[in-house]
Write a protein that binds this ligand. Structure first.
Ligand SMILES: Cc1cc2nc3c(=O)[nH]c(=O)nc-3n(C[C@H](O)[C@H](O)[C@H](O)COP(=O)(O)OP(=O)(O)OC[C@H]3O[C@@H](n4cnc5c(N)ncnc54)[C@H](O)[C@@H]3O)c2cc1C
Length: 423
């Protein structure tokens, strides 16, 4: 049930918890039983086990509380260009740091040592913030770094929804670790991916892991937004591949816990930022922003007034549509129902009213049951090779099924056309 956020690491008074990488490529909280004194604090704040939605006061949890919605980008074109969508997050963090509102930003940076393991960083300089831009679609546990924030320091934290759920629980438990976070800048997130996905991408690109020094999941360098996969080789050469190298693998490397998460739009943040899917096709990149708190609205207004951001107000429904929230609702409803029926552990979403869920058709339920069983088998793989072999076999099977379905449909069409011609 671990969501890989790392929130349990700094709350443990015995320092008994660390994040460990599993053979299949997830990060999980691992407890040193000898050090653990069984206080239960980690369990109390664990967002994997559950979170309370009471604070949403009956608002649809798939959409969250929205005060204002915008589309826009960083005022500085260089920051926009190196941002994943419109560079909004990078520009806002720089504004907060340079105007003295925060002492540091808790961000995630990809190292250039070939490990392809993004690391949480407390960025205290302009260069560190700029180096952290871009999305890393793999596990990372930024909440673990909260213990490095000094008591008098104020920070902005950037995080995907499950990481913000960790902060939400810390805050509800009255942990001083959460008090140091002045701004919660959330990212939209449909899912993260197993680390092993990166190996699969490298193999399909015919690259050896030893030759790889870095990876950008969605580089805008050559053709702009939405970006291509870009490997940096040890020699310094950059190799670009179509985005499909990653997107075609997404369904084979989805952690099972992501299937049981309702929160695509980061409902516990001050500002939630995502790609402007279905809203702006600009190759330079635009972001959509949902302002969820008064503090968030004020920050955006001020940053826009100073030319840090260029923003345009839009209707929030365009964001919900662009992010296909009804699909998320359907899939979540289906996965929770399946996991419950099979007696698997479920996260407790206190206050999630059944009225917000959808009824699932049998055909989708059957497809999702196969998916969930596959995801669980992946997560349980006892070696990297086993995980990759499983993904390859499942992918071949999916392709065969897709080909079979295509042939069936075509044959049916031909028979219909021959025997029941339209007059
Ligand atoms: C795993 C993941 C899934 C996502 N799924 C969607 C989606 O389904 N739909 C959608 O519209 N948008 C999604 N996003 C958000 C999108 O990719 C951009 O991050 C967002 O639009 C902000 O872009 P920007 O140009 O404003 O940010 P930038 O200026 O590029 O800054 C990005 C910030 O994100 C931080 N960051 C990067 N990766 C991680 C990570 N794994 N964990 C925590 N912080 C991180 C960086 O440290 C940096 O501060 C996802 C992001 C991630 C990380």
């Amino acid at each position: 049930m671990c969501v890989q956020c790392g929130a349990c690491v700094p709350v443990c008074p015995s320092r008994a918890i660390r994040m460990r990488e599993t053979p299949s490529g997830l990060l999980v909280a691992s407890i040193n039983e000898e050090k653990c004194d069984g206080c239960g604090l980690c369990r109390a704040i664990c967002p994997g086990a559950g979170i309370s939605l009471q604070g949403l006061h009956g608002v649809d949890p798939f959409k969250g509380n929205v005060l204002q919605a915008y589309v826009g980008h960083a005022g500085n074109e260089a920051i926009r260009a190196s941002g994943q969508s419109g560079g909004i997050v990078g520009a806002l963090l720089l504004y907060l740091l340079e105007s003295g509102r925060i002492d540091a930003a808790l961000v995630v940076a990809m190292p250039k040592d070939g490990s392809l393991r993004p690391r949480p960083v407390l960025a205290r300089t302009r260069a560190e913030i700029l180096a952290s831009q871009g999305s890393k679609y793999c596990p990372v546990a930024p909440c673990a770094l909260l213990e490095d924030v000094r008591e008098e320091e104020r920070i902005a934290m950037v995080g995907i929804p499950c990481q913000m759920h960790g902060i939400h629980n810390l805050s509800r438990q009255g942990s001083p670790l959460a008090d140091r976070i002045e701004y919660r800048i959330g990212l939209f997130c449909d899912r993260t991916l197993f680390f092993s996905c990166m190996e699969m991408m490298a193999r399909q690109a015919r690259l050896r892991m030893d030759d790889i020094a870095g990876l950008e999941f969605r580089s805008k360098r050559r053709h702009g937004w939405p970006g291509e996969v870009c490997f940096t080789l040890v020699s310094g050469e950059k190799r670009f591949f179509p985005a499909s190298l990653r997107t075609n693998l997404k369904d084979f490397f989805t952690p099972p816990r992501c299937r049981l998460c309702f929160d695509k739009l980061n409902v516990f943040s001050d500002l939630a930022v995502g790609d402007a899917w279905g809203i702006s096709p600009s190759a330079r990149g635009d972001s959509v922003i949902l302002a969820r708190s008064e503090k968030g609205v004020l920050l955006l207004q001020e940053a826009a007034a100073h030319g840090v951001l260029r923003l345009e107000k839009i209707g929030m429904d365009r964001v919900f549509q662009g992010q296909n929230i009804e699909r998320k609702r359907l899939d979540f409803s289906s996965f929770m129902e399946l996991a419950g029926r099979e007696g698997r552990p479920l996260p407790r979403y206190e206050g999630l009213a059944p009225g917000f869920l959808k009824t699932v058709e049998k055909s989708l339920a059957a497809r999702n049951r196969r998916r969930l069983n596959y995801d669980l088998a992946m997560a349980r793989s006892i070696s990297r090779e086993e995980a990759l072999a499983l993904a390859r076999a499942w992918r071949r099977k999916q392709r065969r099924n897709a080909l079979g379905a295509f042939l069936f449909r075509r044959t049916r069409e031909v028979i219909r056309a021959l025997f029941y011609p339209v007059k």
